[in-house]
Design a protein around this ligand. Structure first.
Ligand SMILES: CC(C)(COP(=O)(O)OP(=O)(O)OC[C@H]1O[C@@H](n2cnc3c(N)ncnc32)[C@H](O)[C@@H]1OP(=O)(O)O)[C@@H](O)C(=O)NCCC(=O)NCCS
Length: 356
C-alpha cells in the first residue's frame, strides 16, 4: 500500500482529516472542527500533516503554532501537537511516526523551540519527548464545596466589547500564549458553542478583572461542569465556576490546573495525560532562558554549555543540571519542586491543540 504523505493540500483534506479524528477520538459523536476551529481551519492547512489513500485521509497529525510568553521579556515559539490518529486498518506500519517526524522537522525549520503535547507512549518518546509532570485535576461533588462566590455576569454570546475586555484580562497574565485579538475571539467562540445537552457560558465580573469559561455536559446520568479556562485570580474564579455549574444543575465539577490553588476544598488527582515533550531546538530555547535569567539577576550568573546533545547548565559556578537536551524540559517546566525555573508553563487549555 502506498500512501501519499504531506501537508493538507486543500479544504477537502482538512475535512477528511477532521472526519477521521472525529471517528477515532469521539466515535463520530463530536467534532474536532467545532472544538478546535483555529487548528482545523484552511489557514492552518500547512500544519496539518496527512497520509492519503486516494482522496481519503487515513492518518494525520495536527499542529498549531503559538508563542508562549513565560515572562514579560521571554517568549518561546511552540508548536502544539494533537489529533494524532491513524485509521484502524492502516495502523502498525509506521505512518504516525513518519507524520510526527515530518511535523517536528518542519517546526525546527521554522524556529520552533518547543513541541507541546499531552500524551504519553512510545510514539512521543521516539521524538525525544519527556514527560515533565502532570497537571492537577481538581474534582468535587458540588455538595462538598462551599456555596460561596462573588457575583458574576453570564454571557452565552458576548458582544465585541466584552470579548475585548476578556482579551485584555488574558493579556495581563504573565505566563500565556500570545494571541492576537481576532485569534482570541475565534478560540472563545469555539468554547462557547455547546453540543446537544450541553451549556457553555462566559462569566465575567462587574470589576472587569478576569473571566471564566464554563461548560457543562452529561457523563452517564450526571451533569458535570468544567472550567475550561480563566484569566485572573484562580481563588476568585474557581468558586465562581463552581457556582455556575451548580446553577446549571450539575452534580460534579472539575478542571485542570498547573498547581493546586490554596482555596480548593475538593479532591486533587494528578493526570498523567500531560507532558511537554521534545525540545525542537534546545540550544536556542536554553539560550533565551539563560539571557532572561541573567537580565533578571542583573549579572551573568547563569550559563550553559551545549555540545551536540549534551548540556550542562550552571549558576554561580555550580552545576544545576547535567544531561542531554531532554533534561532541560523539567527545568523549563519549572515550579515548586522543579526549581530553578521561576515560572510554570500554563495549563494546557484552549490555546491550541495541546490538551487533546
Ligand atoms: C496511536 C496511533 C496514532 C499509532 O498510529 P500508527 O500509524 O499505527 O503508528 P506507528 O505505526 O508509527 O506505530 C507507533 C506506535 O503505535 C502503537 N501502535 C501500533 N499499532 C497500534 C494499534 N493498532 N493500536 C494502538 N497502538 C498501536 C505501537 O505501540 C507503536 O509503537 P512501537 O512501534 O514502539 O510498538 C494509532 O494507533 C491511533 O490512531 N490510536 C488512536 C488515537 C490515539 O490514541 N492517538 C494518540 C493520542 S495521544
Amino acid at each position: 500500500m502506498t500512501l501519499d504523505i504531506g501537508a493538507a493540500r486543500d479544504d477537502g483534506d482538512v475535512e477528511s482529516f477532521a472526519r477521521l479524528a472525529d471517528e477515532v477520538f469521539f466515535g463520530g459523536r463530536s467534532s474536532f472542527r467545532m472544538r478546535y476551529p483555529a487548528a482545523f481551519s484552511s489557514g492552518n492547512r500547512e500544519n496539518l500533516m496527512v497520509a492519503r489513500d486516494g482522496a481519503r485521509v487515513v492518518a494525520g497529525v495536527a499542529s498549531y503554532r503559538a508563542r508562549l510568553r513565560l515572562a514579560p521579556t521571554l517568549v518561546l515559539e511552540t508548536a502544539a501537537i494533537g489529533a494524532v490518529c491513524t485509521a484502524p486498518d492502516y495502523r502498525g506500519s509506521g505512518v504516525s511516526t513518519q507524520l510526527l517526524e515530518m511535523t517536528r522537522a518542519r517546526a525546527i525549520e521554522e524556529g520552533v523551540h518547543l513541541l507541546l503535547i499531552s500524551g504519553t507512549g512510545p510514539l512521543y518518546q521516539r521524538l525525544g519527548g519527556r514527560e515533565v509532570g502532570a497537571l492537577d485535576e481538581l474534582h468535587a461533588r458540588l455538595d462538598e464545596l462551599p456555596d460561596r462566590s462573588d457575583p458574576y455576569n453570564r454571557h452565552e454570546q458576548p458582544e465585541a466589547a466584552l470579548v475585548d475586555a476578556c482579551w485584555a484580562a488574558y493579556e495581563r497574565q504573565t505566563v500565556r500564549f500570545e494571541r492576537a485579538r481576532d485569534e482570541f475571539a475565534v478560540l472563545l467562540a469555539g468554547h462557547l458553542r455547546p453540543f446537544e445537552n450541553e451549556t457553555a457560558a462566559l462569566l465575567t465580573s462587574p470589576h472587569g478583572d478576569g473571566y471564566a469559561v464554563v461548560r457543562t455536559g452529561m457523563e452517564g446520568s450526571e451533569r458535570v461542569g468544567f472550567l475550561v479556562e480563566h484569566a485572573g485570580d484562580v481563588d476568585r474564579w474557581l468558586p465562581i465556576a463552581a457556582a455556575e455549574a451548580r446553577q446549571q444543575g450539575c452534580d460534579r465539577f472539575f478542571t485542570r490546573l498547573p498547581t493546586r490553588p490554596g482555596s480548593w476544598q475538593g479532591r486533587v488527582e494528578e493526570t498523567p495525560m500531560t507532558g511537554v515533550i521534545a525540545l525542537a531546538d534546545a540550544a536556542a530555547a536554553a539560550g533565551l532562558i539563560i539571557d532572561h535569567l541573567n537580565q533578571q539577576a542583573g549579572a551573568p550568573r547563569w550559563g550553559i554549555d551545549a555540545r551536540g546533545d549534551d548540556v550542562v547548565l550552571h549558576a554561580d559556578g555550580r552545576v544545576v543540571l547535567e544531561g542531554d537536551t531532554g533534561d532541560l524540559l523539567p527545568f523549563l517546566w519549572g515550579g515548586p519542586g522543579r526549581e530553578p525555573a521561576p515560572w510554570r508553563l500554563p495549563s494546557f487549555r484552549s490555546d491550541g491543540l495541546n490538551f487533546l
